[in-house]
Design a protein around this ligand. Structure first.
Ligand SMILES: *[C@@H]1O[C@H](CO)[C@@H](O)[C@H](O)[C@H]1NC(C)=O
Ligand SMILES: *[C@@H]1O[C@H](CO)[C@@H](O)[C@H](O)[C@H]1NC(C)=O
Ligand SMILES: *[C@@H]1O[C@H](CO)[C@@H](O)[C@H](O)[C@H]1NC(C)=O
Ligand SMILES: *[C@@H]1O[C@H](CO)[C@@H](O)[C@H](O)[C@H]1NC(C)=O
Ligand SMILES: *[C@@H]1O[C@H](CO)[C@@H](O)[C@H](O)[C@H]1NC(C)=O
Length: 646
């Protein structure tokens, strides 16, 4: 075992590098471009061991390793009058308003002009509140990096009638350096038994798109070109139908090239964006909204069909979707927590209340009452940042209402409305009034009652009008500061043994085991350039690697690393390295490293030839044995004849 501070050094360097870049801010504006754009990416992978994953609410689904790392991708847009907005796409299930307030924006940005949108992967560690410190600092880095890279740019958008919108960002010379695609689909291709951290379908699309633009040799998160596959109104859209298909052609997606449509959109026809960068943001108390016709929203509550789950991830209990009549047993259980008031029951009708979250405040508020509502404007593009999972129809109605409001307020250009889903906060689902009557999972999880959507639309109408008229909007009520009450660290790791390197074999799947560490881990696959130099060709952010963590006896962890060697892998000598920070008995953190012995990767033809050779050898041996056996058989037959009783 070699114990070096390599990991710490790497991290340190990275931080220094970021700070350095920050001081060489470029904000020159060019006559041929309409905007300045800065794009940054940073790793936000959460704790890879023993933390419950967010999304399916399956207590058994705790993290046990890494398949794809999680990234934060920040895009700063600035117009010629220096007005700025920031769109941050994070490979995370969702986001919380409390944490948003904690992000360090370097004074330039506030929660008003920054939109943080989750991709909704269900395979990321939960607990932004508790594990806050990991994520906040890294998210700040992605903004710093974006700041450091601001340059003149033009923006082009393309969308299809199936509502996939692609924003293509090119520099003054027309060279692309960024892309955001908004498309509504649940990030649940990994099911609720998966224990490896994964950015799921959108994360993989991001990595593949970036690899294609930056070149395969550029490691994930290190390239100049940044691609975000952001979330939209995915409330009722599952990815698990019949495998991935292209929307335009109806054909299966090409797995190697992925993003059939995204790539096509990125390359094909476009609208150039021009016009101001602007934003309107207000906090809205969703529990006390009154519509023009006098209808009201309710204090938060979950229906029975919430606990039944969906087709993608059935709930843990014995509930059925479309439940509109409460069952006595679960009534009893949930009412132990809190009996809903008569007013609550009437307000939420026809939803039978399972969890009266809006009337529970122990140990702290269960659901937000005050949520972020925000619209970012970039030229003709209007990003409607919704703090929830809107269904397809809810998204359509919201977009239509925003367009109508913008036009009636006097907007001269044709607006492009986009739903930026799961942005800034998480307030469950939003269905239409009609969908709510059905009380399927989404309806059961529409927490502010049957008129939730209309209440949101009302707010977005106001924000739209204010954007066109140039008037300010009221800041709204302050959200409660839950974060200060909730910050806590991961439970301490008592003692982990430092890893001992152990060699493994070559083949299609390389498997290397280390005695590992908790909480920090990192892996690399290195290619031997020559007798003294190695080049890292894979990290744990790659699809081809998997990092599995298991706790073992005596406070040890066992770490298993898999590398699925692609068919196109350059033949040569390779090794797998594992880096970790482990906790000493005294409590100090030590960095450590383990490296497998070097192994050979041959091309498949060579391997076939080798297998053939082996087979030939085996065949010869078998033939010999057969011959020998035949000889023996005839001998034993003679013997048998001899001893046979007459
Ligand atoms: C979940 O995914 C794993 C891996 O693809 C698969 O083996 C398993 O059968 C799936 N489970 C369910 C319940 O679909
Ligand atoms: C992906 O690429 C590999 C290597 O080029 C090729 O053998 C394979 O057929 C491709 N797969 C698909 C689905 O196109
Ligand atoms: C939100 O509205 C509810 C219902 O009117 C009220 O009880 C609560 O105090 C409000 N919360 C905030 C933070 O304004
Ligand atoms: C919309 O704006 C009007 C006028 O400023 C205000 O009275 C109303 O409360 C706002 N409604 C919402 C839902 O924000
Ligand atoms: C090995 O490769 C490295 C990196 O390409 C190079 O700098 C070095 O000179 C090479 N050493 C030898 C002995 O060829």
């Amino acid at each position: 075992m070699i114990s070096v501070n390599k990991m710490a050094n790497v991290r340190m360097k990275w931080i220094v590098c970021c700070t350095f870049l920050l001081s060489i801010l470029v904000t020159s504006s060019s006559a041929q471009t309409d905007y300045n754009v800065g794009i940054g990416i940073a790793d936000i992978t959460g704790p890879a061991a023993e933390v419950n994953m967010m999304g399916y609410a399956n207590p058994a689904q705790t993290s046990r390793g890494i398949h794809l790392r999680q990234f934060s991708r920040a895009f700063i847009f600035e117009d010629n009058n220096k007005n700025r907005v920031v769109f941050i796409n994070i490979d995370a299930c969702m986001f919380s308003a409390g944490v948003k307030l904690e992000v360090n924006y370097g004074g330039k940005y506030t929660e008003r002009n920054v939109c943080i949108s989750g991709t909704h992967t269900h395979s990321g560690p939960a607990g932004f509140h508790q594990y806050l410190l990991f994520d906040i600092t890294s998210m700040g880095f992605s903004i710093d990096r974006a700041e450091s890279k601001i340059r003149p740019a033009n923006l082009y958008k393309y969308d299809t009638d199936k509502e996939m919108t692609v924003l293509r960002i090119v520099d003054a010379e027309g060279k692309p350096f960024g892309m955001i695609s908004w498309f509504a689909v649940h990030c649940t291709s990994m099911n609720n038994t998966n224990r490896l951290i994964s950015s799921d379908n959108k994360g993989l699309a991001e990595l593949m798109f970036e690899a294609e633009m930056n070149g395969e040799h550029v490691l994930p998160g290190k390239g100049d070109f940044v691609a975000a596959f952001a979330q939209a109104n995915e409330g009722d859209v599952s990815p698990n139908t019949q495998g991935p298909h292209c929307l335009d052609t109806g054909l299966r997606c090409d797995f190697n090239k992925s993003t059939c449509n995204g790539r096509e959109l990125f390359d094909s026809a476009f609208t150039k964006l021009t016009g101001p960068v602007d934003f309107r943001h207000t906090y809205t108390n969703m529990t006390d909204q009154t519509l023009p016709d006098g209808k009201r929203t309710c204090k938060g509550a979950m229906g029975y069909s919430f606990a039944a789950g969906t087709t993608d991830g059935p709930g843990a209990f014995n509930f059925a979707q479309s439940t509109t009549s409460p069952s006595p047993v679960w009534n009893f259980v949930s009412h132990l927590l809190k009996n809903p008031s008569k007013a609550q029951i009437e307000c939420h009708h026809p939803k039978p209340i399972l969890l009266d979250t809006g009337e529970m405040d122990f140990p702290y508020a269960w659901e937000p009452a005050v949520v972020d509502t925000q619209i970012l404007r970039i030229g003709q593009m209007f990003l409607i940042a919704v703090p929830a999972e809107f269904t397809t129809m809810s998204g359509r109605r919201t977009r239509d209402a925003v367009v109508e409001s913008l036009k009636s307020a006097g907007l001269q250009v044709e607006p492009i409305p986009i739903i930026a889903g799961l942005s800034n906060d998480y307030a469950d689902y939003v269905t239409t009034f009609e969908e709510y009557q059905e009380q399927r999972y989404e309806g059961g999880s529409t927490i502010y009652g049957p008129h939730t959507l209309e209440a949101y639309i009302n707010v977005f109408r106001n924000l739209s009008k204010a954007l066109v008229s140039g008037s300010p909007v009221a800041p709204g009520p302050n959200p409660p500061d839950l974060v200060s009450k909730q910050v806590s660290f991961l439970p301490p790791v008592i003692l982990d043994r430092a890893p001992l390197g152990k060699s493994y074999a070559q083949g299609d799947r390389v498997e290397v085991k280390f005695v590992g560490a908790n909480p920090r881990n990192n892996l690399r696959v290195d290619y031997m350039v020559n007798s003294t130099a190695w080049e890292t060709v894979y990290t744990d952010a790659h699809w081809q690697t998997q990092f599995h963590w298991e706790s073992a006896a005596f406070f040890e962890s066992v770490v298993t690393i898999y590398w699925d060697i692609p068919s196109y892998q350059k033949p040569g000598m390779y090794r797998v390295s594992y880096f970790c920070d482990h906790k000493e008995l005294g409590g100090g953190i030590q960095s450590a490293q383990g490296t497998s012995s070097t192994f050979k990767v041959t091309n498949s033809q060579e391997k076939m030839a080798m297998l053939n050779k082996k087979w030939e050898k085996k065949k010869t041996i078998l033939e010999r044995i057969n011959k020998a056996l035949k000889g023996k058989e005839s001998k034993s037959a003679q013997l048998t004849n001899l001893v046979k009783p007459k």
